[in-house]
Design a protein around this ligand. Structure first.
Ligand SMILES: [Zn+2]
Length: 248
């Protein structure tokens, strides 16, 4: 069994183009903010009337929307691709482990794959819906950050730092969601095959690392009937790296 950690690292690399996009958009927005500061700074002091402030905020709104929506589009496209690849690799590898000599490889149906990858709901929402919600929140937070900064006549450095921080946080949210989904699909794919192949018992294997929570550490090495086994992430917590391996 591949450890989930190595697995996540490998598929994480596919996020590289998205991370570049974050950087490009962040610079674009800071550029626009620079222009506003330049326009309203006199004798080294930034002064803006509330009329001008409202006008500038209206003007920058479409840029902020373009950015949050652009990131949404990118994440919406990249996540299913990553999850299909994860499903495909875990399916192939687990299949071979469970059916050593069998030649009649059966693929998972498209419907089943979709159910596991993009169809699964956590708290009533699919991963793509959660991405959409995240970007809607990001959009409104960016608007608010900029509005408050300009209103309070913060220095350009402080405003830039605030925007950089907002992008940094959003990038982490996107990476966490992706990692979580990789782990979830890994486990869900293995589970389908275990059940298909009549696996009766599974063993919980925790990724024992510095920040393993007590709950997962306690579950480590425990053996369950497959029907009663807790499911990593779903039964534990986000960013859980635990897996179930077949016993008999
Ligand atoms: Zn865990």
């Amino acid at each position: 069994m591949l450890t989930l950690f190595v697995f996540s690292m490998k598929y994480n690399k596919k996020l590289a183009p998205l991370l570049v996009k974050y950087k490009i958009y962040k610079n674009e927005l800071i550029n626009e903010i620079n222009k506003i500061y330049k326009k309203y700074t006199k004798d080294g002091k930034f002064v803006i009337t509330s009329n001008s402030l409202n006008r500038e905020l209206k003007k920058i709104e479409p840029t902020i929307f373009k950015i949050s929506n652009g990131l949404y589009e990118q994440e919406k496209n990249i996540l299913p691709i990553i999850l299909y690849l994860v499903n495909d690799e875990v399916y192939g590898k687990t299949y071979n482990i469970l059916n050593k000599d069998s030649k009649d490889f059966k693929n998972m149906s498209k419907e089943e794959i979709n159910k596991i990858t993009t169809g699964f709901k956590i708290s009533g929402k699919t991963n793509l819906q959660r991405i959409k919600d995240n970007k809607t929140i990001f959009n409104s937070k960016l608007n608010k950050d900029i509005k408050n900064s300009l209103k309070e006549s913060k220095t350009i450095e402080d405003t830039k730092a605030l925007i950089e921080d907002r992008f940094e946080k959003e990038m982490k949210i996107a990476m966490r969601l992706t990692n979580n989904e990789i782990a979830r699909v890994y486990n869900a794919t293995a589970d389908v095959l275990y059940k298909q192949n009549g696996v009766r018992r599974v063993q919980w294997i925790s990724q024992l690392e510095q920040n393993t929570c007590g709950e997962c550490a306690d579950l480590d090495q425990e053996i369950f009937d497959i029907e009663d086994a807790p499911i990593p992430i779903i039964s534990t917590h986000t960013s859980c790296h635990c897996i179930l391996v077949p016993i008999d």
